[in-house]
Design a protein around this ligand. Sequence first.
Ligand SMILES: [Cu+2]
Length: 106
Amino acid sequence: MFRRILASFLFAVCLAGSLSAVEHEVGQKEKKFTVENLKVKVGDVVSFPNYDSFFHNIYSLSSEKIFDLGSYSQGQTKKVKFDKAGKILVECAIHPGMKMTIDVQP
Ligand SMILES: [Cu+2]
């Protein structure tokens, strides 16, 4: 009985957590990110749609969130969930001038 209550409580907590998570968009347009500095909360998701007619390869080497989305073409979107607080520098492996920061707040 207790286990069942605990299980449904944990389920409710997970559900509430996923409902409060927000999705943000950082596009790639004309070799630039559409947002230079983005503030998000832990648990939020950022989508990275490519609006250019050429490839981008979005990545981060910041220790709080290391990722590499690989190269992808126009119309494709990749998503990253930020699960740890910190300042993340996001770059493009194909275009060294492309940089933006994501401030993940607790
Ligand atoms: Cu690029």
